[in-house]
Design a protein. Structure first.
Length: 212
């Protein structure tokens, strides 16, 4: 565990304890400077690093950070990439040394819950990269799995669908109605409760409200 001070909120400490029991490393930082310092330790120069689409990472400047590091960064956001190019990047993510991503929700039992549209974000979390670094604000912590699903479907997904320019019902209603729209982004529901390889997944909780 990596703490910048001794004043870790009790509910965050509970999450980190459970993450460790689930063989996932839990970290807590309360500012961006310490987050970057921690990433400098966890990601070595020369590594191949992939990433998932994430408003949280964008807000924290993580994509720009990866671009200036001495890394082989699989930058899926390059404007010149075609749909075929992006698919190739997504496939390369499986062989990355490190995959950096956000997370939709973290339960107090140390479970990671995500909803994905095409699986390109959740698939490398499950298998492939030697290390997965999931970064989340404290607002992503939920009491239990039911709450995690509810906040992701009813709060995060409609806002994200709107951000992505989808025309799904949730973008107009502001809530999920479990539609069957062709542009639906709630296709893959993935719960990670533990790992075979200890600390392969590292979860960094930032003392900010981030993402949706």
């Amino acid at each position: 565990m990596y703490f910048n001070n001794e004043n870790v909120p009790e509910h965050v400490m509970e999450v980190i304890d459970h993450l460790n029991k689930n063989k996932m490393a839990g970290y807590y930082v309360n500012d961006q400077r310490l987050l970057i310092s921690l990433l400098d330790e966890l990601i070595k120069d020369g590594e191949t690093v992939g990433c998932g689409d994430s408003v949280t990472l964008d807000q924290l400047g993580i994509f720009d950070y990866l671009r200036i590091r001495k890394l082989n960064f699989l930058d899926k956001f390059q404007p010149s990439l075609t749909a075929k190019d992006k698919r190739e990047v997504h496939l390369q993510n499986f062989r990355a040394d490190t995959f950096v991503t956000g997370v939709n929700a973290i339960t107090k039992k140390g479970e990671l819950f995500n909803i994905d549209g095409n699986g390109s974000r959740v698939a490398p979390m499950l298998y492939g990269p030697g290390q997965v670094i999931a970064i989340a604000g404290v607002n992503k912590i939920t009491e239990n799995l039911d709450e995690a699903i509810k906040r992701t479907r009813q709060i995060a997904a409609p806002i994200d669908a709107k951000r992505l320019g989808k025309s799904t019902p949730c973008t107009h209603l502001g809530r999920c109605i479990d539609c069957s729209h062709k542009e639906r982004i709630c296709n893959d529901f993935v719960l990670i409760t533990g790992q075979f390889i200890k600390d392969r997944i590292k979860v960094i909780i930032v003392d900010q409200s981030l993402g949706y």
